[in-house]
Design a protein around this ligand. Structure first.
Ligand code: ATP
Ligand code: MG
Length: 356
């Protein structure tokens, strides 16, 4: 029997609520039998830890995580702790320390959930957005001169490297190749930018030669928002820069009904280090403790984790259970239902137990 070591970091806000739900579903899958076991270790890192220790996690935090097979992450952020502390103190050191350069964000309209786009049915909207997660617009380079003066200048330099772009492009083509439609859309803004995104286009063309069975096209990011909205059926796998994919995946989440159903995986494709699986949403303090956080994004990212660990059958079983439950109308208020987190979770566990 294969045993996987999972590091669970529930952290802040609704993080603990959705991670508990996710772990309950994973336990139901283990019990259902599939030839694997999960050995879960919980870490109490996050804003509470910060209030006691003035750091979000211990100095050797990433070192402690190294031996795990995967990281199951909730959310960070608290009203009384600055964003740069929460984000740069916990989530980003893990992403960067483990070179999780591929951020994979599936979007699908689940049964029972109504898209704000009129007439869009489940099946019409089934995408995976691959976000470059290690460089680009968020590389933190630039500066400010003449601060506060009328002549102040601020620069924010997007850094694209040949190595960085090639590896994310290869990942995206391989992912597109593994999906039934074998369709990839490469997003840039290379008409208005002269260097980085021109190289991005060139590298896309170079890498495409390695994947002759993948049909691919290029879109400018502005036109892409229109295509996602008006012709969702025409898209399958999408690759974009750190900034562009950040924006496009919020749009994708909204079109699929709610942030509460959008999952993400921060992957080290070379498997040198553990990859990290989390819902896209943040700590959502407005609903923390009310018992109504939508656990679906966390179930979905748990399925991504199982897939990554080499348990695709368990991943499919989990997603099938989720679709059965949403299709049956058992949903939290953010997607139009009246159920609590616990009711949705219990229903998903029940569907897992009854699945074949
Ligand atoms: P952060 O600053 O960490 O991004 P946030 O407080 O801005 O956190 P988000 O998680 O980004 O909140 O989500 C924005 C809003 O969407 C929340 O305030 C909440 O109302 C809603 N929301 C997010 N996630 C969920 C969820 N899982 N279930 C229900 N509603 C959610
Ligand atoms: Mg937010």
């Amino acid at each position: 029997m294969q045993t996987y070591r999972i590091a669970a970091i529930p952290a802040d806000g609704i993080g603990p609520e959705v991670i508990a739900a996710g772990l309950q579903a994973l336990e139901a899958l283990e019990r259902r039998g599939g030839g694997f076991r999960l050995d879960v270790t919980q870490f109490d890192w996050g804003s509470d830890y910060y209030r006691k220790h003035s750091v979000m996690m211990p100095a050797d935090g990433t070192e402690q995580l190294k031996g795990f097979d995967a990281i199951f992450f909730g959310a960070v952020g608290a009203p009384d702790v600055p964003d740069h502390v929460t984000l740069w103190g916990l989530r980003l050191p893990i992403c960067q320390g483990f070179d999780q350069y591929a951020n994979v964000r599936p979007t699908k309209l689940l049964p029972g959930i109504v898209s704000p786009l009129a007439g869009v049915k489940p099946g019409d909207l089934d995408w995976v957005i691959v976000r470059e997660n290690s460089e680009g617009e968020y590389s933190g380079h630039g500066g400010r001169a003449h601060r506060g003066l009328p002549e102040e200048v601020a620069t924010e330099v997007a850094i694209f490297t040949r190595v960085g772009v090639t590896r994310i492009m290869r990942y995206a083509f391989r992912l597109a190749q593994s999906r039934p439609r074998k369709l990839l859309t490469v997003v840039t803004k290379s008409n208005a930018q002269r260097f980085g995104l021109v190289m991005w286009d060139e590298i896309a063309a170079e890498v495409s030669v390695e994947f002759p069975d993948v049909t691919w096209d290029k879109m400018l990011v502005d036109a892409m928002t229109v295509r996602m909205t008006l012709k969702p059926q025409s898209l399958d796998t999408i690759v974009a820069t750190n900034l562009h994919a950040d924006i496009l995946s919020d749009l994708a989440g909204a079109l699929a009904g709610s942030l509460g159903v959008a999952p993400t995986a921060n992957i080290d494709p070379e498997r040198r280090f553990p990859s990290m699986f989390e819902p896209i949403h943040g700590s959502a303090f407005d609903i923390t403790g009310k018992g109504i956080a939508n656990p679906v994004a966390t179930f979905w990212t748990a399925a991504q984790m199982l897939e990554h660990l080499g348990q695709p059958q368990a991943a499919r079983r989990l997603m099938h259970a989720v679709e059965t439950v949403t299709g049956g109308g058992v949903m939290t208020p953010d997607v139009g239902g009246t159920a609590t987190t616990k009711e949705v979770t219990d229903a998903v566990c029940e569907a897992i137990r009854g699945s074949n």
